[in-house]
Structures are given as C-alpha cells and as structure tokens.
Design a protein around this ligand. Structure first.
Ligand SMILES: Cc1cc2nc3c(=O)[nH]c(=O)nc-3n(C[C@H](O)[C@H](O)[C@H](O)COP(=O)(O)OP(=O)(O)OC[C@H]3O[C@@H](n4cnc5c(N)ncnc54)[C@H](O)[C@@H]3O)c2cc1C
Length: 427
C-alpha cells in the first residue's frame, strides 16, 4: 500500500487542505495505539486524549480513506436493527442501555464540530421515506418505540407533508428526525484528525499495521516501525483484512456506490429538497440522497456483497436517481465512487476485547456515521475502567458468517436478493 491516495470522489475533490503526515519509521511507545483513522479510530483517539491518555494512530492509507471519507454523509441515528428486536435478543435491562445511547452519536458529532470548529457543511434534519403503507406502519411503530426510550423529537409526515420536504412522488409518508442531518464526511474526518493533533495525539499515515504481537505490553508492527502500547484499539472495520483473524471470521466487507451530480444551482436544488434535509427510503436495499454545500445531489444505493468494485457505477445508480427524480434526466454526473462497509449477520455492531488489552468495534452494517462516534466514547470509557456501556454492546451476540470466508458472499447475496424481492413486491 505504498502512498495510497484517496479514491477519486466528490469528497476528495472538495477536501479541506491538510498538512502531509509522515509514515512511522521508528519505534515509539504510547498509552493507546489506534489502528485505523476512520470515525471509530478518530473518535476513540479524541475521547482518550481529552482524558489524558497518550495516543498514537496508525493509518494504512490516509485519514478518512475508508468508509468515513466516502459515505453518503447522512447522520442517521440508532442502529441497523430495531430496538425491539434487540430487546427480544438481550432482555429489557441491556436494551434500555442501548436504547438510551441510540441518539448520542449525532450529539457527539455536533459537539465535535462546535468545539473544534470543523468546517464540514453540517445541516440538521433527516427523513425516512416510506414507499408502501406497510413501511409507513413500521415508521409509526418505530416512533412509539423510540418514545419509550425518551427520544421524542421524531415527527411523522403524511403524504402531503413529505411532498413538502422532498419532490418525489414515490412516497406515501415518512418520519423526520431533526437530530439527524448531514455532513461532508471526509471533511468531518479531517477536522477530527486535526483535533486529535491539537491535543498532542500523533497520526502516522501510509503506516499499515501488519502484525500485532499480543501480550502484557502489546506491540503493533508496521513495515518500517513499531508501536509498543498499554492498549490497542482495532478500528480498521471493512478495510482491516486478516490482521485479526477472529474479527474477519465474523463479518463481511460489502461495497456500496455513490454518485454526485454537477452543481444543480439554487433553484433546482431547492425544488428537490426545499429544507435541505437528507433522505433515505425504508427498503431493505435502500436508496439515500442529499444536497452538498455547493448544491449537487449525492445519491447512493446498491450493495455489492464481498466488496468487489462494479465496473460502471453510474449505470447502476443513475437509474435509481432518475426513478426518484425524473426531473434530473439532463443533469450530468460528475463523480461516481464506491466504498466498503462491514456487514455482520445480526446487522448489529461487534464490540469487544481480545485478551486484556486489545479492544475493537466493527460492523455497524450500514448506519455507521453516528454509531462510530458513540463507539469511540464507549471504548474510551472502557479503557478508563467504566465498562457498563461497553459491556452492553459487548454482550450482543456475535455470529460467524455461515459458509466461512469462502461461502459467506453467495449466502449473503441470496438473503439480500430475497429482501430485495420483498421490497419490490411491497411485502
Ligand atoms: C459508500 C458508503 C456510504 C455510506 N453512507 C452512510 C451514510 O450516509 N450514513 C451512515 O450512517 N453510514 C454510512 N455508511 C457507513 C459508514 O460510513 C461507516 O459505518 C463508518 O464510516 C465506518 O467507520 P470506521 O472508522 O469504523 O471505518 P472506516 O472509515 O472504513 O475506517 C477504517 C480505517 O482503517 C484503516 N485501516 C484498515 N486496516 C488497517 C491497518 N492494518 N493498519 C492501519 N490502518 C488500517 C483504513 O485505511 C481506514 O482508513 C456508508 C458506507 C459506505 C462505504
């Protein structure tokens, strides 16, 4: 991975300027070595630094190179499974803790942006759009569920109201979350990295962890150096490969694709999304979109199981965009890119500890912008000896993928095909 650049994307093209960061070429000692400079790693690093730890971050490529610098930019609260499903699996006490935390990630992002003056086009307001009456019924019950956990900011939108916030005729209704919203994801990561450095943290880029020597005082090796630490946080998510085989066995990297139009101009942009909210539909294989700071439409959707890059992203995503907004038929696509997220069988994150001193969080299965920010806080709490919230996540069941690394891709694709068919048939 010699000097890996960012993949070509709208985000890379509009990234805020940053200083070059060196590769690790030395032996260093630290309290915590964080592997991966995406949101999970950066959020962990920031909370630890704010609590007096010495932190060294190793990034295989560049800050935000992974999903954190490529995603749809949607601040979507809660988890990729409903809290009542979680409650049935883990019982009321643990579900209460997880439910209490479900909207915290969005707050953390806003606190970070305000405290460290991060320029990332933050906008409030996210809409879940229902295409069928069944999906609308599900949103109604979700709202009641969240109110049970004290999250009362959600507003149901009937067919007339949703048409006022998004110029798409496909929807029968929706739900607005004003604690949701959107950001320029790479600029958020870059701003958080600068905050890490402002507190004395050190980030090495182009420095992949290639081996972890486990033990009482673990050592992380890179091609040209090593870091001895009291604790390690593994935050490589879908880009980790096989560095920690226990983690690879129970998750699967999946690709998903995004396009960005040319700038639409104020008038057309406002006619699509008058309040500038972001939108995701309620399908299992969902579409999501929003405006950028310079009034392009960013549109994402589709999943490639096993994280192969599709040959022509525009050919996959543009028809989805035109189905939602036929009025964009003459608009040019300026950028198209792909990124990997990490799927788990339960679609819930996997959090835990290997031995006494290697901590990890991975696999939030899609909705990760808020969760990863929360994960950083929860991991930092655990390292400080406050493990109640960490344990609530760590006790969630982790399942290996059926078929192992060889067959997990076709099995998951079959499952997705089934759910995609259900979306199409509306049941
Ligand atoms: C295209 C796309 C669109 C998405 N849209 C949304 C959205 O709109 N809203 C939402 O909530 N979620 C979205 N997600 C999911 C969300 O982006 C992720 O869940 C989240 O960014 C994961 O953050 P992370 O820090 O755990 O992983 P990543 O951001 O992937 O970071 C992992 C980092 O670790 C580094 N790394 C890996 N291995 C090593 C190693 N051995 N040594 C050193 N460094 C290493 C990688 O280079 C990478 O920079 C999307 C994901 C994708 C791919």
């Amino acid at each position: 991975m010699a000097n890996t650049p960012y993949p070509e994307s709208y985000y890379a093209a509009s990234a805020n300027p940053v200083p070059p960061r060196p590769a690790l070429q030395d032996d260093v000692e630290t309290d915590v070595c964080v592997i991966g400079a995406g949101y999970t790693g950066l959020s962990s690093a920031l909370f630890l630094l704010e609590n007096g730890f010495k932190v060294t971050v190793l990034e295989a490529a560049k800050v935000g190179f992974g999903a954190s610098g490529r995603n749809g930019g949607q601040i979507v609260n809660s988890y990729s499974r409903d809290i009542d499903v979680i409650e049935r699996s883990v019982g009321p006490q643990q579900a209460q803790l997880l439910g209490d935390m479900a909207f915290e990630g969005g707050r953390i992002i806003r606190e970070r942006v305000a405290k460290y003056q991060i320029q990332c086009d933050l906008k409030d307001g996210g809409v879940f759009a229902a295409i069928t009456a069944k999906q609308m019924g599900h949103l109604e019950s979700q709202k009641r569920l969240w109110e049970r956990f004290g999250h009362t900011q959600l507003e149901l939108l009937d067919q007339r109201r949703i048409r006022e916030v998004v110029a798409c005729d496909e929807y029968v209704g929706g739900m607005l979350d004003m604690s949701g919203g959107h950001i320029h994801p790479l600029n958020l990561a870059l701003g958080e990295a600068a905050a890490v450095e402002s507190l004395g943290g050190v980030i090495y880029e182009q420095s992949p962890a290639v081996r972890i020597e486990r033990g009482a005082s673990p050592v992380v090796h890179t091609p040209q150096g090593k870091v001895r630490a009291k604790f390690i946080i593994v935050a490589g998510n879908a880009y980790l490969g096989n560095l920690v085989p226990e983690l690879a066995a129970k998750s699967m990297p999946c690709g998903t694709q995004v396009i960005a139009t040319e700038p639409l101009g104020e008038e057309l942009a406002r006619s699509l999304l008058p309040q500038d909210y972001c939108v995701e539909d309620c399908n299992y294989l969902l579409d999501y979109y929003r405006l950028t700071g310079d009034k392009r439409l960013i549109f994402g959707g589709g999943v490639v199981y096993g994280a192969r890059d599709p040959a022509n992203i525009e050919a996959i995503i543009r028809p989805k965009m035109l189905k939602a907004f036929p009025q964009l038929k003459d608009v040019k696509i300026d950028y198209a890119w792909t990124g990997n997220f990490l799927l788990t069988l339960s679609r819930l994150p996997q959090v835990g500890r290997l031995g006494d001193n290697i901590y990890y969080s991975q696999g939030c299965s899609g909705h990760g912008v808020t969760y990863t920010h929360l994960a950083g806080k929860v991991l930092a709490e655990a390292l400080r000896g406050q493990a109640e919230r960490f344990d609530a996540f760590a006790d969630l069941p982790h399942y290996p993928f059926p078929g192992g690394q060889l067959l997990r891709t076709p099995f998951a694709a079959m499952g997705a095909w089934y759910y995609g068919l259900r979306d199409k048939l509306g049941f």
